[in-house]
Design a protein around this ligand. Structure first.
Ligand SMILES: [Zn+2]
Length: 97
């Protein structure tokens, strides 16, 4: 379904479905940012409350973990958004003829 990290192939290799309908825009990024941000802030607050470490500990623990979670979840979420667009026949609004 993907060529590269997030770019869709023009069509499905198995069934030939044209992915021209698929435009997830920044939908997956918003979900990833909100959920990862919530988890990362929670983790940072937990670490701070439990151990009160110096600031650089947050830089080497929370920041890479945040980037890793973003990279790991962005692609599956984009796939899910494309699937949901296809399943629900989502498209731009049009005026009825
Ligand atoms: Zn297919």
């Amino acid at each position: 379904m993907f060529q590269g990290l997030l770019t869709l192939k023009p069509r499905c290799e198995v069934c030939g479905l044209d992915y021209a309908f698929a435009d997830s825009a920044d939908g997956p990024a918003v979900f990833v940012m909100l959920t990862t941000g919530f988890a990362a802030v929670g983790l940072a607050l937990f670490i701070e409350a439990m151990w009160e470490p110096p600031f650089w500990v947050h830089l080497i623990v929370t920041l890479p973990l945040c980037a890793l979670i973003c990279l790991a979840t962005l692609r599956p979420l984009k796939g899910l958004m494309v699937f949901l667009q296809f399943r629900n026949k989502a498209e731009q609004g049009r005026l009825a003829p």
